[in-house]
Design a protein around this ligand. Sequence first.
Ligand code: GLN
Length: 480
Amino acid sequence: MSTQLTATELGRKIAAGDIKVQEAIDASCARIDANDEIYKAFLTLNEDVQTDIDRAEKMLTDGSAGPLTGVPVAIKDNISTDGLRTTCASKILENYIPPYDATVIERMKAAGMIVIGKTNLDEFAMGTSCENSAFFPSRNPWDPDRVPGGSSGGSAAAVAAEYVPLSLGSDTGGSIRQPASLCGIVGFKPTYGRVSRYGLVAFGSSLDQIGPFARSVEDAAAISNVISGHDANDATSQPDSQIKLNGLKDGSLKGLKIAIPKQLFGEEIEEGVRHVIAQNIKTLEQDGATVTEIDLPSINYGVTTYYIIAPAEASSNLGRYDGVRYGPRIDADGHIEAFSATRGSLFGKEVKLRIMVGTYALSAGYYDAYYHRAQQVRGLMAQEFERAYQEYDVIMSPSSPGVAFPVGGIQDQMALKLLDLCTIPANMGGFPSISLPSGLSEGLPVGLLLNGPVNGDERLLQISYAVEQALGFDKRAPMP
Ligand code: GLN
């Protein structure tokens, strides 16, 4: 059986009885066995996969199966899976086995999907390259000497390497869309509040969003339909928020109004990437869209603002890892000393840096100067984008200023953080955003980022489907 099938194709064949669930899972596992020594997408494989297979088979016989029943999926290791180790790629959670499933996992299981395993990430989702994992960096299926992006690098690599047609990641400042871009696949961050965060290990709670990696827009839409919708266990979940699938229609881009912010199409973007995007613009215009350059000055403050808000929220969220309630503990004389020894030696460098920056930004005397002011800038940014959406259907840019870089190739932490430039606005404004593979620069994938207004997820997916067809990019990672 080919692991090249998209999730919807595979789902259809399984429903028709042409492929058995067991066969699909065996093919997926065989491909992982043959390649993951190199790409290292997985931290843990699901030993109990048979339970999911049996459930899917039962659904197929009793008539309760859906379009993705029997389809294997990989899960970023910061999403709780009942009985399956969930580490956040951190030593502080190295042996943590959650006693419950995240809502997204519950929903995928109810749809008959098969959890194959848990994928690598930057520790606690803090990073842009997967190199901050406490265990090992994952590798890019386009070139194993390069990073797959981050933080959801393992989930992106798992789909690009054709282990699975779908995976889940989380996106706080770009962690789905940037790795999708670097690995040549689709990555979608839905509107904040449309996919439950219950069971997602919190990083920046006002920014975090779960979303899918896929090899087609159709697949991204199909899984979004499964995982979205109101959840009483998440206080920020929106009522009636299921992402509906009214069938993605073929269509030209005639009349579509696209804006490209000049702040995301200048010097800060690598020349090869700009070249691909310029080609994309031509193609979209030939297909009937208009593309207008606009000015969104708040983008210039996005990275600095994000790197106050996200660490501030992280410093509070990560307070719970004290060696008492979760994970291993390093003993010392006195409980404060034990907390400090545990946190000091089991958190990685980047995580500690963020906790310190965040604590500082929230401390009395600095709160107004940093956190409060960052929130004001965030508000301005959201307003600026909202105003632009009144005039344009889509705000478009590259997904990342560059292509995949060599493992260890960027040492300057500031340079790494600047790579989040294009993706941060969607988290600040909570709006939906999708990265589509759109071309190659020096043989490596470039992603095109399409942003839409809050709750415009269905329309954005519809437009992305048409853009995907117009661009016609269907290159596969050149794996051995
Ligand atoms: N690269 C960003 C960071 O390091 C975004 C991470 C994310 O979206 N989880 O915080």
